[in-house]
Design a protein around this ligand. Structure first.
Ligand code: ZN
Ligand code: ZN
Length: 343
C-alpha cells in the first residue's frame, strides 16, 4: 500500500510500505478515508523531531474499520471511525487517574520509534492499537473534514480552555491563531466566555477569529495590552498561549488579571525567560502541557455534532496522498490552515 514517509529534513515521499496486520486482540486495522497534516508534522518534516527514514507520518485520521481483534468491543467492521492522535493503555497509574496524555505506555501515531513505534495515518491503511480507547464512531452526518479534528486539533483547543477552567461570563485572550488557537476561540465561546480577544499578526486568521465571535487584535498594530485593559479593566480571566514560546507566555502573564489563569497549550521547548516575579505577584495559575484528547473526545464530538464547535472553515486544502510533497511545501510556507489528504 501507499503511505507518506519521512525521507530527510524537508523531504517526504509517497512510498510502497507493508500492509498493517492485527497483532494484539484489541487492535483494529482501518482503511484511512482522510488524514490531516498538522503543525506537529512540521517538526518531523524539519527534522526537529527525529523519526526513522521511511517511517510513515501523520496522526489525524478518519476511516472505516476493515478488521478488528476479538477484544474490540466498541467498534465493528464497517464502522466509520475517527481516532485520537495517541493511544493509552487504560491501566497504568496516570490512565487510572484519567491523565491519558501521560500514559506510561502511550504511543503516538507517526512519530517514529521514540514515541511508540506506531506507523502513521497518512496512508491507505492504519493499525490502531487499544482500539476501545483510541477509536470512536463518527456521529451520523458528520463529514470527514470535521471528524478528523476531534482527536487532535479541536481536542487540543478544547483542552486549553477546559484545563483553564473557563466559566460562563469569563473574558479570555487567545495568543496565536493557528488551527489550535482558532479552535480555542470556538471552545472559549462554547464555554460561555463573554468576550474572547484573538491575537495574531495574520489578517485572514484575525478575520476568521472574528467570524467565530472573537474581538480580533493585531499583535503589532493594535496594542493588545492596552485594548484589553481598556475593555476589561484588570485584564482577562484566562489567557491561552497557543504559540508555545517564551515571548507569548510573557505577554500572557501581562494580559491576565490578578489570580487569573494562563493556559499554555503550544509546545514549549528548552528554556526561556518568563516574568516569574509578575506571575507570582499576580497570583497566576499556570496550566501547561500536552492536551488530554482522549478525556475530551466524546464531549468534543457532541459539541461538533451540535454545531457549537465547527472546525470546517479551517480546512483550506484537499489534496491526495500522492501530492504529499507539495502539500507539505504549502503547509510549511503557511499558505494553508488545514490540509486534508485523501487516498
Ligand atoms: Zn496534530
Ligand atoms: Zn496508561
Amino acid at each position: 500500500m501507499h503511505a507518506v514517509t519521512f525521507q530527510a529534513p524537508g523531504e517526504v515521499a509517497l512510498a510502497e510500505v507493508a500492509e498493517p496486520a492485527l497483532r494484539a486482540p484489541d487492535d483494529v486495522v482501518v482503511r484511512v478515508d482522510a488524514s490531516g497534516i498538522c503543525g506537529s508534522d512540521l517538526h518531523i518534516y524539519h527534522g526537529r523531531v527525529p523519526v526513522e527514514v521511511g517511517f510513515t507520518i501523520g496522526h489525524e485520521f478518519v476511516g472505516t474499520v476493515l478488521e478488528a481483534g476479538p477484544e474490540v468491543e466498541r467498534v465493528e467492521v464497517g464502522d466509520r471511525v475517527l481516532g485520537t492522535f495517541h493511544t493509552a493503555c487504560a491501566t497504568c497509574t496516570p490512565c487510572i487517574r484519567g491523565d491519558y496524555h501521560r500514559c506510561a505506555h502511550g504511543r503516538t501515531f507517526g512519530h517514529g520509534s521514540k514515541l511508540g513505534d506506531l506507523q502513521g495515518a497518512q496512508a491507505e491503511k492504519l493499525l490502531v492499537p487499544r482500539a476501545n480507547l483510541t477509536l470512536r464512531r463518527v456521529p451520523e452526518g458528520m463529514s470527514d473534514d470535521v471528524a478528523l479534528f476531534a482527536g487532535d486539533v479541536m481536542g487540543t483547543g478544547y483542552h486549553a480552555v477546559a484545563h483553564a477552567g473557563v466559566k460562563a461570563g469569563d473574558t479570555v485572550a487567545v495568543l496565536g491563531l493557528g488551527p489550535v488557537g482558532l479552535c480555542a476561540v470556538q471552545a472559549a465561546r462554547a464555554s460561555g466566555a463573554a468576550q474572547v480577544f484573538a491575537i495574531d499578526t495574520v489578517a485572514e486568521r484575525l478575520a476568521m477569529a472574528e467570524r467565530f465571535g472573537a474581538t480580533p487584535l493585531h499583535l503589532a498594530d493594535d496594542d493588545p495590552k492596552r485594548a484589553i485593559r481598556a475593555a476589561t479593566g484588570a485584564g482577562v480571566d484566562v489567557t491561552v498561549d497557543a504559540v508555545g514560546d517564551p515571548g507569548p507566555l510573557a505577554l500572557a502573564v501581562s494580559l491576565t488579571r490578578d489570580a487569573g489563569v494562563v493556559s499554555g497549550i503550544g509546545a514549549y521547548a528548552g528554556k526561556g525567560e518568563v516574568p516569574l516575579g509578575l506571575a507570582w505577584l499576580k497570583g497566576l495559575q499556570l496550566r501547561l502541557g500536552l492536551a488530554n484528547v482522549i478525556a475530551h473526545v466524546d464531549r468534543v464530538l457532541a459539541l461538533m455534532q451540535a454545531g457549537i464547535l465547527d472546525p470546517a472553515p479551517l480546512v483550506t486544502h484537499h489534496m491526495s496522498l500522492a501530492d504529499a510533497p507539495e502539500a507539505y511545501r504549502v503547509y510549511d510556507a503557511r499558505e494553508a490552515l488545514k490540509i486534508v489528504l485523501k487516498p
